[in-house]
Design a protein around this ligand. Sequence first.
Ligand code: PRX
Length: 655
Amino acid sequence: MATIESILRENRVFPPAGEFVRHANIAGIKTYKELCQEAEHDYTGFWAKLAKQYITWHKPFTRILDDTNPPFYKWFDDGELNISWNCLDRHLATQADKTAIIFESDEGKVNHCSYRELHRQVCRFANGLKSLGIRQGDRVVIYMPMRIEAVVAMQACARIGAIHSVVFGGFSAKSVYERIIDAEASAVITADEQTRGGKCHALKATVDKALAMSDTTSVHSVVVFQHTGTDIAWQPERDHWWHDLTARQSDECEPTWINAEHPLFTLYTSGSTGKPKGVQHSSAGYLLGTITSMQWVFDYHADDVFWCTADVGWVTGHSYVTYGPLAIGATQVIFEGIPTYPDAGRFWKIIQKHKVTIFYTAPTAIRSLIKLGPDLPEKYDLSSLRLLGSVGEPINPEAWMWYFTVVGQSRCPVVDTWWQTETGSHIIAPVPGAISTKPGSCTLPLPGIDAAAIDETGQPVKEGKGGFLVIKRPFPSMLRTLWNDPARFKQTYFPADIAGGRYYVAGDSAHRDRDGYFWIMGRIDDVLNVSGHRLGTMEIESALVAHPLVAEAAVVGKPHEIKGEAVVAFVTLREKSPDDQRAAEIAATLREWVAGEIGAIARPEEIRFGENLPKTRSGKIMRRLLRALARGETITQDVSTLENPIILEQLSQTV
Ligand code: PRX
């Protein structure tokens, strides 16, 4: 690891503009440094002060951090609160009529929902869930379109202390099924269909299929939001229409006061081995991270119009759609559709129409919009914008520069935010009124975050050398464990072979420059980042070998102009040497198969067939070699240990 050379050299620096600094929540580098010093001086006191300032407690905490059983840390663990109350009720006295959500549908219909109205909807739905027998601690799977109702469903769970697990609407029945089983969910909340880019996609039918995969299931209720009105199959004893369930409910629902450490949600994410991991978050610590980052990184002000384009199926949509913006009392845009429908000007049009001030999206979207219409932003009035954010993968400096100059008209700071499903909120990101930005770097850790790039022994790596990105101290918004699998939690995130298991190991490599800025170099495990989303190579391989035609499969990533990384699959078939036409047919079948097993996002871009896969004589698949083949690089690796060198020729050809 320590010998990895970083090759990226980027020398452009953009200091915060004076005008921005004047109004910033953290104004100037001195203020930022003072906060960092405060955290260093009294780490737990620093977080306790913020927890008192930003969270309204039902019962105040007296204990701050319990670190007696590492790595199972607890924060504020004798305090009680309710997350939905913090996101809704506490704003009613001061700003009940403020717009909480500006919703724009796929076809462009707009609906403004005030805090009062959102509170009403959440209470009614929470009462509906209770009437189905859903109680504190029960798990509820949410498989919804990107609409206000998705937020209502999540907030309603939080209100009654049920633990939600949102499954991205693009995932397949099999993925839904696996998550239901792992979570032992009592209920599923879904819609008849979702509409994106002018097309309808089934949701309820997918849930039906998922629930039919096993004879016994823990799911006793399925709640269905009627969106498109299409015909759907119905099981009267199990299925309930959202509108029927909420019709006779009260507009008030006393929140269930829960312990600070009560799980708020689990969210499944890919790892290098085995099934997806159910990342489990706490309530208070998680909420605190979303609020402090709204203040520090997004520099939130009361008159902002905030727009995070992420789907609630991903962690970004949890922290910066459902929780952070509401907890802080913001007005936010929620958009159902896609950036390119009806044309590649859609994002810019929405910013213009709703006077968005803070815009947060992913590099993959930025790259595709550059490709489709580099000059399109100039056709819209984007003068409302004051801050731009990026998340999900490293943003390449050229995309960063376009975002900064064309979208932000060189006026808006770009905050490149590094964090993960597991960290719950931003970890390394520029505080825009204090930190100069450099295109491609997520810059410096937030106050209270002790991040480092280290070697196996725990020593910081030298400037410019890659190391393991670690966080040395427990922080409030970090995951608490993996659902039902504490051993895997410990092994994955606090591995004994890196610094003796003392630190949280993120699974990314990073190097630091002479200013201490972090530059993320990518994953160190077998995880691909396709369009900003983590996919385990192992999951795609398992899906491929589950097909009767496939004997063996290995999956690697290759750089992709828009998606960041694309999936390349190397496959050995059960049948001998199919001709070109047959091979093309099989490749098409397998692509669809993977999409069906996992979801369209995992569909291989390329499939290559060989009589077998390159293995060492001890039987290990040579992944580094496959990566080189996928990238079309010349093989410099020693292949003398290869069992059957002939196949290199076969595998360098795409079907
Ligand atoms: O590899 C890093 C990359 O995305 C991973 C986290 O993925 P996920 O849990 O799906 O969460 C995505 C949204 C937070 C990280 O381990 N990543 C995320 N943000 C950045 C990034 N890589 C570089 N720069 C970023 N800003």
